[in-house]
Design a protein around this ligand. Structure first.
Ligand code: NAD
Ligand code: WQD
Length: 355
């Protein structure tokens, strides 16, 4: 029987790329998403790319009744859990919604999974849990938890909850995937990142400057002890990231307990290097101005990806050039993201339930 995977947050940026990768690998997929930061259009486009579509249920991970109904209707073997809120600034002004969606939502999901007898979980964590690392590259055994914002704390709390859960019940197999900085889009240009309002992450901001939606980029800080004074990060192509999820899923089917893997490339780039690479690929100018540091930012962070390479047989394959080319193809063919599209009929496979 084909294995069915529940993808929470599967209509979102990373979840849609993971859903596509799962379908392409022969899995059946059920997506649960409340569409608070996404559009069902991403799922329709997945069908355009691979000829298959996930089942879609519009609903919330905090809705225990819905989860119980879902687990009794579909034979789910594992859950990839992307659903959550992710904007650092917003988490500072609205911490409760972050703890409610990210922490309480995950607790409800795990309760429903356990009562349905499902114990395989791949969780979207973040390199943010390392705080300001004492050295780079960052390994999985580095200290975590010295965090400066509720978003990062919510992810750290979930990591701890999942560790406790696996300690209490040996049936759980859990992957904590600590993403570095996901960027880019599927090479078809059909799915990509569609942030609400003004983007807070670097690459969507650069893309929107290049397309003329925003005037200029503010480069946060030119006085870090880095190659050119600007912040350095490990940008990873979202398709590489999605492939890492499939490898982790495969691994936890034979490895119990909690497994932690960094998903990064092992290579850092500065903000100015990112601007130059984007200009080269797009042929567009990206005007920028160096301003003060952004509060809470760190100077540099990049992954040691060796554990994932050794244990999962996974490494990021796509370089900076491809990240930029794919980000630009997505942005230039969808200047207003998914909202450029006319409303479309809900696919037959789509169930809908709102809270
Ligand atoms: P996204 O906002 O595009 O996707 C999240 C999806 O979850 C959205 O479709 C949203 O509608 C849905 N959602 C949110 N709360 C929900 C709820 N309570 N019930 C059901 N659905 C809900 O974000 P993304 O960039 O794809 O991130 C996916 C996951 O990866 C998140 O958990 C995020 O914290 C984590 N992560 C993202 C990054 C990044 O830079 N994008 C980095 C590290 C970790
Ligand atoms: C990258 C670099 C900025 C915007 C955050 C979260 C992390 C993860 C990814 C979810 C930094 C600089 C940015 C701009 C700039 N998300 N920058 N001007 O801060 O590494 O990580 O997003 O889990 O958890 O903390 O990513 O893309 O915001 O910034 O100069 O307008 O670009 O200072 O050096 P960050 P980012």
């Amino acid at each position: 029987m084909t294995s069915k995977i529940l993808v929470t947050g599967g209509a979102g940026y990373i979840g849609s790329h993971a859903t596509l990768a799962l379908l392409q690998a022969g899995f059946e997929v059920v997506v649960l998403d409340n569409l608070c930061n996404s559009s069902v259009e991403s799922l329709l486009r997945i069908e355009g790319i691979c000829g298959k579509s996930p089942q879609f249920i519009q609903g919330d991970i905090r809705d225990r009744g819905l989860l119980d109904e879902l687990f009794s209707s579909y034979r789910i073997s594992a859950v990839m859990h992307f659903a959550g809120l992710k904007v650092v600034n917003e988490s500072v002004s609205n911490p409760l919604s972050y703890y409610e969606n990210n922490v309480a939502g995950t607790v409800t999901l795990c309760q429903a999974m356990a009562s349905a007898g499902i114990f395989r979980l791949v969780f979207s964590s973040t390199a943010n849990v390392y705080g300001e690392p004492a050295q780079v590259p960052v390994r999985e055994d580095f200290p975590t938890g010295a965090l400066t914002n509720p978003y990062g704390r919510s992810k750290f709390m979930v990591e701890q909850i999942l560790q406790d859960l696996a300690m209490a019940d040996s049936r759980w197999s859990i992957a904590l995937l600590r993403y570095f900085n996901p960027v880019g889009a599927h090479s078809s240009g059909l799915i990509g990142e569609d942030p609400n309002g003004i983007p807070s992450n670097l690459l969507p901001y650069i893309s929107q400057v290049a397309i003329g939606k925003l005037k200029q980029l503010s480069v946060y800080g030119g006085d870090y002890p880095t190659v050119d004074g600007t912040g350095v990060r490990d940008y990873i192509h979202v398709v590489d990231l999605a492939e890492g999820h499939l490898k982790a899923l495969e691994k936890i089917s034979t490895k119990a307990g909690v497994n932690i893997w960094n998903l990064g490339t092992g290579q850092g780039y500065s903000v100015l290097e990112m601007i130059r690479a984007f200009e080269q690929v797009s042929g567009r100018k990206v005007p920028y101005q160096i301003v003060d540091r952004r509060p809470g930012d760190i100077g540099e962070s990049w992954a040691d990806p060796m554990r994932a390479e050794k244990e999962l047989g996974w490494r990021a394959k796509r370089g900076l050039q491809q990240m930029m080319a794919d980000a630009w193809r997505w942005q230039s063919s969808n200047p207003s993201g998914y909202s450029t599209c006319l409303p479309q009929a809900t696919p037959d496979s789509t169930k809908s339930r709102t809270n």
